[in-house]
Design a protein around this ligand. Structure first.
Ligand SMILES: [Zn+2]
Length: 96
């Protein structure tokens, strides 16, 4: 499953993608002189949308990997630390 942040990223990406398609459609109704600029703009907006969708999908995968490793709980102060950390972020003692 993709995380909530990833889903928002994908939805925004799809909206931007559709917006890009609308710009492309709009450019077709313009005189050829102006159409080129709108075609480039529409293309860029579509690419931006695709990038957001891909980033959103990747965020979900990354989050799943992080969740796989449980946080390390400090024996001294009881605060949660990232699985990769060697020292406690709150009191500074060695936790590994
Ligand atoms: Zn601590």
């Amino acid at each position: 499953m993709v995380s909530a942040g990833g889903v928002v990223c994908i939805i925004v990406g799809i909206i931007i993608f559709i917006f890009g398609l609308m710009i492309l459609g709009f450019s077709l109704s313009l005189p050829v002189l102006f159409a080129g600029q709108y075609l480039i703009l529409g293309g860029l907006v579509i690419v931006a949308g695709i990038v957001l969708i891909v980033l959103g999908a990747r965020t979900g995968k990354k989050k799943r990997q992080i969740e796989y490793e449980p946080p390390v709980i400090c024996k001294n102060c009881g605060s949660n630390n990232a699985a990769a950390s060697e020292f406690c972020g709150k009191c500074g003692i060695k936790i590994r």
